[in-house]
Ligand binder design. Structure first.
Ligand code: HDE
Length: 705
């Protein structure tokens, strides 16, 4: 029998290390000279001779427990995981800075808002809510938008979402709403989906969630990229100035590149083609120097203004429409650096709503109050030690000193005798009534009781406001999303109960969903604590489409090319895309590349199977006539075209591609979004046109259901 390749005693790698003679005679480690390979060591620093074979008695004998290197290596591996976040487990973060536009001293004493042009380091983590850490990016879900700003007066965490309202009004309901959306406990599915009985059962029994449900069933819940979504602080907070005067404030992050979402059918396919679609997008944007940017806007108002509404500004299921109270830009957030290590930074970052600097304070929103309690608990559970603030990602970047000490993994252990105050030694920090955080002295009184205020009782008016503020395609998407989700609910009475709520929101919406679900008869409208207001003006600011960016910047064009592709057109295209500050990928039958019409070899980014059109914002078909003859029989080539068309994308094509359009079933329905490219001038016009991002007039005829 042939000898086994792992020779007894020494592996090939170990032999290589031996040749380097890095140990001195006394066993001491020599400094590693430049160019020399550093020696692998144990965590205790001991150099390792063989990392390929464990220590055993005899060539084929048992492994020995004295193999401390093996034991340490497996021990550490076995403990590599920390509990994932109970919500928002799947996330992706980046570093950057916040830049203040102007002094807001009139409203807040927060140091971060005092000086125009000042930059403060920041870290942001985007996330989905329901799915576990390894779930896919394009779930229909709320996105977390958590920002940590390392101010000179401590960390300010604005732990927000991409939706400005929430499902529940009181934090005591949080475990229930989250349990309902997570996989059902007996079967542990479905993963990262709200489309199941438990979720809709809870929602249909919780009328206060109706406004949020409208948002979650809208395109907001399937964003094209983290870079193209808004962020919201959700709750009403307070700014407090140096005179201890309070102004209510709501925080909004607005993306510089505008808002954009994908189609549901597209989202489903993206999850298969690239489950990391959102994190890859952020990674690529930052690595290529296209730093994502958001403007921080605030809505500022006082108690008198708040009293003018018939809803409560402490109710997190309500917004103040921007048309009623315009937002004011106060700074910008730029993300310009990926973490060096995902675990150390993105996984271990600990956001806490309680982290507010002097000058920013809480309102009595019962959801916010509950969150202020929850986030500290969760960090201890996840990070395992009260010293989680010692981790570099969580540590303040301003000077800090306190007398907290010891505990698991304490990394900051001050020298000296003093670990309390006051002390007689005249040492150590003391409190400062002037610089320190002063809680806003709001007047609170009233009987102690478990109660929901009357002012929180209107559950439908703003749900309706959201629906009537959407453009027709966006309204269709809400109908389709509700229909899809409720179609996955197996208990008919839950479907009907949901439709009974929709009747209180908008009758047409309810009827369309009821019809699409095949309800035999419409239910009665749900009993409502307050009638739905019919007189609210639509708020165009709530629509993604109405405020579209109208430019292709930051988007990605997929160019499908083959041997013989028109070289001049390809050059014109790639130059135009680059001028537009957009990106492109070349997709070819083989990833190696193709020979263009001028004989030049061009490397591809994707092969056809790996680069379906769902990964791109618009596509161009640049095959040669010879290649098309074969491609018409290739299912992935036909899908590439048919999907792009069905998802209302712009399609540029050369005449040679027509047989492929025909076999994809769209040659007879070409429209303003299918554009023939023949020369460089046509390319420029195409690039301008695709800034509209989607061909919405096409949608009703596509019937993508
Ligand atoms: Fe959270 N939430 N939440 N939440 N939340 C957490 O904290 C909680 C709520 C939000 O990227 C947990 O560190 C309660 C609203 C984001 O690390 C936990 C309530 C909003 C993130 C927690 C809410 C959010 C979290 C889990 C009801 C939008 C991810 C892990 C009162 C304004 C932060 C962790 C990150 C994470 C509790 C409701 C946003 C368990 C009790 C409303 C973006 O502490």
């Amino acid at each position: 029998m042939a000898k086994k390749n792992s020779a007894p005693g020494k592996s090939k790698q170990a032999a290589i290390h031996d040749q380097k003679a890095i140990r001195g005679n006394g066993g001491e480690l020599h400094q590693i000279a430049e160019g020399e390979t550093p020696v692998l060591t144990t965590a205790q620093g001991g150099p390792v001779a063989d990392d390929q074979n464990s220590l055993r008695a005899g060539e084929r004998g048992p492994t020995l427990i004295e193999d401390f290197h093996f034991r340490e290596k497996l021990f550490h591996f076995d403990h590599e995981r920390i509990p994932e976040r109970v919500v928002h487990a799947r996330g992706y973060g980046a570093h950057g800075f916040f830049e203040t536009y102007e002094s807001l001293a009139a409203f807040t004493r927060a140091d971060v808002f005092q000086r125009a042009g000042e930059r403060t380091p920041a870290f942001v983590r985007f996330s989905t809510v329901a799915g576990s850490k390894g779930s896919f990016d394009l779930a229909r879900d709320v996105r977390g938008f958590a920002v940590k700003i390392y101010t000179q007066e401590g960390n300010w965490d604005l732990v927000g979402n991409n939706i400005p309202v929430f499902f529940i009004q009181d934090a005591i309901k949080f475990p229930d709403v989250i349990h309902s959306v997570k996989p059902e406990p007996d079967r542990e599915f479905p993963q990262a989906q709200s489309a199941h009985d438990n979720f809709w059962d809870f929602i249909s029994l919780t009328p206060e969630s109706m406004h949020m449900v409208m948002w979650v069933m809208s395109d907001r819940a399937i964003p094209r990229s983290f870079r193209f979504m808004e962020g919201f602080g959700v709750h009403t907070f307070r700014f407090v100035n140096a005179r201890d005067e309070s102004t209510f404030v709501k925080f909004h992050w607005k993306p510089k590149l505008g808002l954009q979402s994908v189609a549901w059918n597209e989202a489903v396919k993206i999850n298969g083609a690239d489950p990391d679609f959102h994190r890859r997008d952020l990674w690529e944007a930052i690595q290529s120097g296209n730093f994502p940017e958001w403007e921080l806007h605030v809505q500022l108002f006082d108690q008198d203004f708040a009293d003018g509404f018939d809803f409560d500004i402490l109710d997190p299921t309500k917004i103040i429409p921007e048309e009623v109270l315009p937002t004011k830009p106060v700074g910008r957030l730029v993300l310009d650096r990926m973490p060096d290590n995902f675990f150390a930074e993105t996984e271990q970052v600990a956001f806490m709503t309680q982290n507010v600097p002097p000058g920013i304070d809480f309102s009595d929103d019962p959801l916010l109050q509950g969150r202020n309690f929850s986030y500290l608990d969760t960090q201890l559970k996840r990070l395992g030690s009260p010293n989680f603030t010692h981790l570099p990602i969580n540590a303040p970047k301003c000077p800090f000193q306190h007398f907290q000490q010891d505990g698991h993994m304490a990394m900051r252990n001050p020298a000296g005798r003093v670990n309390y105050q006051p002390n007689s030694w005249g040492e150590g920090p003391r409190e400062s009534p002037v610089k320190g955080f002063r809680h806003f002295a709001s007047q609170e009184n009233g009987p102690k009781m478990r109660i929901r205020a009357e002012s929180f009782a209107d559950h439908y008016s703003q749900a309706r406001l959201f629906f009537i503020s959407q453009t027709p395609p966006e309204q269709r998407h809400i109908v389709d999303a509700l229909t899809f989700e409720l179609s996955k609910v197996q208990t008919p009475v839950i479907r009907e109960r949901m439709v009974s709520h929709l009747l209180n929101i908008d009758e047409t919406l309810a009827k369309q969903v009821g019809h699409a679900l095949g309800l035999k008869a419409m239910p009665e409208p749900a009993e409502a604590a307050m009638p739905t207001r019919q007189d609210l003006d639509p708020s165009p600011a709530l629509s993604i489409v109405a405020r579209g960016p109208k430019r292709f910047e930051g988007r990605k064009l997929g160019i499908f090319a083959t041997d013989g592709a028109d070289a001049a057109l390809l050059d014109a295209l790639t130059a135009a895309v680059t001028r537009e500050k957009a990106a492109y990928e070349l997709i070819a039958p083989k990833v190696g590349g193709f020979t263009a019409s001028d004989g030049k070899w061009i490397a591809a980014h994707q092969m056809l199977d790996g680069g379906p059109s769902v990964l791109y914002d618009a596509v161009v078909l640049l095959p040669s006539a010879e290649a098309v003859a074969d491609l018409v029989d290739v299912a992935t080539a036909r899908d590439f075209v048919a999907d792009a068309f069905a998802h209302c994308k712009y399609i540029g094509y050369v005449r040679a591609a027509l047989p492929l359009l025909e076999r994809a079933g769209i040659a007879d329905v070409l429209d303003e979004g299918t554009i023939e490219l023949s020369d460089a001038a046509g390319v420029a016009a195409f690039l301008k046109e695709i800034g509209k991002l989607r061909v919405w007039p096409r949608e009703p005829s596509v019937k993508l259901k």
